[in-house]
Design a protein around this ligand. Structure first.
Ligand code: BDP
Length: 605
């Protein structure tokens, strides 16, 4: 069990929150001497930077953008006297990739892993009705023992440099909101929900964890604010008559109020919106509320101009509007769990999310998607350090499932992206990760991982762990592109026939397919990188999807162009977007819109 509550910070009769977003003091620690120099008490200089945001893209110096090592943040906050007697936490939505937190000069906590929240319990060190200094040291080095995987090298000029084993820029810093939270001594710590549908009615089976002994009451309100059900006890059932189900692109949200009661006194109150729906995989179908759904959508990134991977509420809104316009109903949070606000919006808009843990780059190569096409065989999971990596991976799985399990939008867990599955050493590693996810999820949602190009029948040793088989395929791009497209199609169909012959009786989805396309390039007849080529690539690929009944979804790579490390394969970033990085459509967006608006939700059902 985690040592702090993962519940989203909310103010209520018993709880207080204060946002610490805004300008923070900032300093690069070029020779890693901050600790020695006493920066825990206060960092030098007057530089200030916005939080939440990646630190990289504000500055004009390349040495800052590429900076690898420790960066320090500082903020002075006033803590009101009324909060005395409560438990006080500083909650970080994320700190990428690891952080040490100091308050009033004292080291409070550290956290490893850059895409999930953690709390520093500062109850014993804060001064009330006074200013308190929060200092955070954030480190962005990549290793093979934390996810996402990569290495850190030292250049001849003495500067460190990140070498990601993945294809997105290593944005870092305090990229999500920071909050000050005051909780009552006895508080709601966590809760689990499961759903059973029974004709027009529904049962919400619940279990609540608190930090004390008093009993809890739960009340469910419908969207009009009328009481829909109530129950008492830490475990029980809310019986909902004539339940409004949460449906794909037609969400219905109830408001669940959990109260810890001492007779008539409310010790704690926590409220969250929930949606009543079931999810399961049956034969080759993905079922939501017992009905087959065909996934249409994208793999995405949290990525935009200036703030990088920083949570940007405006970009979030625009992305949902574009996804609605194009007829999508789902997306994968490639390649890390996103900001919590994005799941809240998906809950409200009725989008289905495949929630991905940051296990990307688990392949012995810097450009694994290129290497994978060469048939090269590696053994990523046979290293001496693999147990250390597994530990970090399992912790991220636990944090992700604990954080996201009560979102109706989350229909599946993606536990790795494009790992090396060609060697037997991957099998025990996968067994542990998949078993852990099943244990942790009260709703037992389907689990998956995405299969890289060389994870094909006869090579892949791990597909059997997936409840949904997710393929990332680039026939016509990395394999046989351009005028060789017809051969790409033959190879693609050959692979699909091989999967079909295995008769796995599981749904298959495409979690990636795409072609880099520059918004500036038009050419008739097409050439690779032109908008015309992206259309031809998509048409061919969609025809193959349509030819196989067990294919139950398509999530194009990528929703939008995004930043990567510079190099000969990338023109200032990955350009496979259906939309540009500025969120305007490429021609292909209209092809997707036509197709997805025509395909029924129960396509191939
Ligand atoms: C896959 C990766 C993804 C890359 C994509 C690509 O999962 O992160 O961006 O290919 O090459 O290998 O565009």
């Amino acid at each position: 069990m985690l040592e702090y509550s993962m519940l989203y910070p909310r103010t209520s009769v018993s709880r207080r929150t204060a946002s610490l977003d805004g300008m923070w003091k900032f300093h690069l620690d070029e020779d890693a001497s901050g600790e020695k120099s006493g920066w825990a008490e206060g960092i030098p200089g007057e530089e200030r930077i916005p939080v939440p945001a990646s630190f990289q893209d504000f500055y004009t110096e390349k040495d800052i953008r590429e900076f690898t090592g420790d960066v320090w943040y500082e903020k002075d906050v006033f803590i009101p006297g009324e909060w005395e007697g409560k438990d006080i936490f500083v909650r970080f939505g994320a700190a990428t990739h690891r952080a040490v937190v100091y308050v009033n000069g004292l080291k409070i906590t550290e956290h490893e892993g850059g895409f999930l929240p953690f709390c520093a319990n500062v109850t014993d060190v804060v001064r009330y009705d006074a200013s308190n200094r929060i200092v955070v040291k954030v480190n962005n080095e990549l290793t093979e023992t934390n996810i996402p995987c990569g290495t850190t090298i030292t250049l001849p000029n003495g500067k460190k440099m990140n070498k990601p084993y993945f294809d997105f820029f290593n944005y870092s810093g305090l990229q999500r909101s920071v909050n000050l939270v005051a909780l009552p001594k006895e508080s709601v710590f966590d809760f689990d929900l499961q759903y059973e549908l029974d004709g027009d009615d529904a049962k919400v089976l619940y279990s609540v964890k608190t930090t004390g002994e008093h009993d809890v009451t739960l009340t469910l309100f419908d969207a009009e604010g009328n009481e829909a059900a109530t129950a008492t006890g830490k475990e029980g059932v809310l019986e909902v008559k004539n339940a409004h189900l949460w449906q794909v692109r037609n969400a219905y949200l109830y408001r669940l109020v959990i109260r810890i009661m001492d007779d008539a006194q409310v010790l704690d109150e926590y409220t969250q919106e929930i949606g009543i729906r079931t999810v399961e995989v049956k034969d080759t179908d993905i079922l939501v509320n017992g009905k087959q759904v065909y996934l249409k959508g994208f793999g995405k990134h949290e990525d935009s101009d200036i703030v990088g991977r920083g949570f940007n509420i405006g970009v979030m809104k625009r992305d949902f509007e574009l996804m609605k316009w194009v007829g999508a109903n789902s997306f994968r949070t490639s390649h890390y769990p996103y900001s919590e606000e994005i799941y809240q919006m998906a809950d409200r808009e009725g989008f289905l999310i495949i929630d991905e843990v940051p296990a990307v780059g688990l392949f012995e190569s810097m450009m694994n998607f290129m290497e994978a096409n060469t048939g090269k065989k590696t053994a990523f999971f046979a290293k001496e350090t693999t147990p250390v990596l597994l530990k970090a991976h399992l912790k991220a799985v636990e944090e992700m499932i604990t954080r996201d399990k009560n979102h109706p939008c989350v229909i599946a867990w993606s536990l790795l992206n494009e790992p090396d599955t060609s060697d037997e050493s991957a099998v025990p590693y996968f067994a542990k990760v998949f078993e852990t996810a099943l244990e942790l999820d009260p709703q037992k949602r389907p689990r998956t991982f995405t299969l890289i190009m060389n994870s094909v029948p006869g090579v892949c040793k791990c597909y059997q762990f997936s409840d949904i088989v997710s393929l990332n395929r680039y026939y016509g791009w990395y394999v046989k592109g351009g005028y060789e497209m017809s051969e790409a199609e033959v190879m693609f169909r050959g692979e699909m026939d091989a999967w079909k012959a295995m008769n796995l009786n599981k749904p298959f989805i495409f979690t990636e397919y795409g072609a880099d396309t520059l918004e500036s390039e038009h050419k008739l007849p097409s050439v690779m990188w032109s908008q015309e080529y992206q259309k031809e690539y998509l048409d061919m690929t969609h025809q193959v999807f349509d030819a196989y009944d067990f294919v139950k979804g398509e999530q194009m790579w990528n929703f939008a162009d995004f930043q990567t490390t510079e190099g000969i394969l990338r023109v200032n970033g990955n350009k496979k977007g259906a939309f540009t990085r500025q969120r305007q459509p490429k021609d292909v967006a209209y092809i997707l819109k036509k197709r997805w608006e025509e395909l029924p939700l129960d396509y191939k059902g």
